[in-house]
Ligand binder design. Structure first.
Ligand SMILES: Cc1ncc(COP(=O)(O)O)c(C=O)c1O
Length: 384
């Protein structure tokens, strides 16, 4: 965050949405309406689980991705990050095993380590989480007499991998969850930001055994500043999480819930997401083109069908060694080992295309390509 604040730095690091594209007239209209008609409600405490009208809006938002939910199973949270925190707080005692895709969203790993979970990564490939490896890890743990508390995964356009779990693997994962009574935490903040292909069913919509807890967020489709997310959970789990949320913050901001409701009730949210898709598609394409022009032939990278991130790998290069040099050249990325709890990912980096315009993406990738080439030359000169 401090790097992105320096205007000379082209930051391909943070996963920041393009909030400058939010229409001013819509912002003003919604706030005016709240001020005129719902001022007292906006300024008061609200129910811990969130307003019923917003739960119904969320059912509508999820229907846009083909998932049907009962609004009674929806709980509003203060962002998706709190949703991860609340579920972890509910389930994890120190030393409990959490399975997490590798690489995994760094914010989730921070939460897991706060509650002293023992994180075991499951590898990913171009089709997302490798389900065969999940089964092998579950077998090994069973032989040791241990059971993971849950599996954490981002099936759509993962952060940081940019990969999407194939339909076949989704079906298999849900089957494994049912057969082995494995709780799956499906984190889906990017699902509606798809730039090509057909939407795939959420794990929640495929699950018939009550083993999926779904986490959603308005951060990427409306704004992270409003800190609004949600959880969909079976009733028994839902009640426990409500207790946890009471202890954390009593309720999520009613003012912000009313803002989200205003946007969804007016129907404008769909147009806004369409606009975002246009912006991000162009930035993604620019980044992919720049990578093929500027990165050395040894490098590989993912081709995300949505979301914010490209995951690039340069075999033999420790991206931690590159970072200081890249910042000297006024370009930033996130080193790959930030997304592993076990020291993995050292030869990878996460590049975000969501926040920076096309011209700066091109220039940033050009500078990064030059830093990588210099580093490769240095390694060669040292015989490494
Ligand atoms: C996969 C994933 N989950 C959750 C979050 C948390 O976002 P928020 O708390 O803003 O909803 C993020 C943010 O980058 C994310 O990438």
């Amino acid at each position: 965050m401090s790097l992105t604040a320096r205007p000379e730095v082209i930051s391909l690091a943070g996963g920041l949405p393009a909030t400058d594209s939010f229409p001013q007239d819509v912002f003003e209209r919604i706030n005016q309406e709240i001020s005129d008609t719902q001022r007292a409600l906006a300024l008061q405490y609200g129910p811990t689980e969130g307003f019923d009208f917003l739960k119904e809006d969320i059912a509508l938002v999820m229907a846009a991705e083909g998932t049907s939910v009962d609004p009674a199973h929806v709980m509003i949270t203060t962002g998706g990050q709190q949703a991860i925190d609340l579920v972890t707080k509910t389930f994890i005692d120190a030393g409990d095993i959490v399975l997490a895709e590798g690489p995994a969203y760094a914010g989730a790993l921070t939460t897991f380590s706060t509650y002293e979970a023992d994180v075991r990564h499951i590898a990913m490939d171009a089709n997302g989480l490798v389900v065969e490896e999940l089964e092998a890890v579950l077998d090994r743990l069973e032989a040791e007499g241990r059971r993971p508390k849950f599996l954490y995964t981002v099936p759509n356009f993962s952060n940081p991998g940019g990969t999407t779990l194939s339909l076949e693997r989704r079906r298999r994962l849900v089957r494994i969850a049912a057969e082995r009574d494995l709780l799956v935490l499906e984190d889906n903040p990017y699902g509606l930001l798809r730039y090509e292909g057909e939407p795939l069913p959420t794990l929640l919509s495929l699950d018939t055994s009550g083993n999926v807890v779904y986490l959603g967020s308005f951060s990427k489709i409306i704004s992270p500043g409003i800190r609004s997310g949600w959880i969909v959970a079976p009733q028994a789990i839902y009640q426990k999480i409500v207790f946890g949320k009471q202890a954390t913050d009593l309720c999520s901001s009613p003012l912000n819930q009313l803002f989200v409701h205003g946007l969804i009730a007016s129907g404008v949210w769909l147009e806004y997401i369409e606009r975002l898709r246009g912006i991000y598609t162009s930035r993604r394409d620019t980044m992919l083109e720049a990578l093929s022009e500027e990165f050395p032939s040894e490098a590989t990278w993912t081709r995300p069908a949505g979301g914010f991130f490209v995951w690039a790998t340069i075999p033999g290069i420790h991206t931690g060694d590159l970072l200081a040099k890249a910042i000297d050249e006024n370009v930033a990325f996130v080193r790959g080992d930030a997304f592993y709890q076990d020291g993995g990912g050292t030869d990878s980096m996460r590049l975000s295309f969501s926040f920076v315009n096309e011209e700066r993406i091109k220039e940033g990738v050009r500078r990064l390509g030059a830093v990588i080439s210099d580093q490769m030359e240095l390694y060669r000169a040292l015989g490494l």
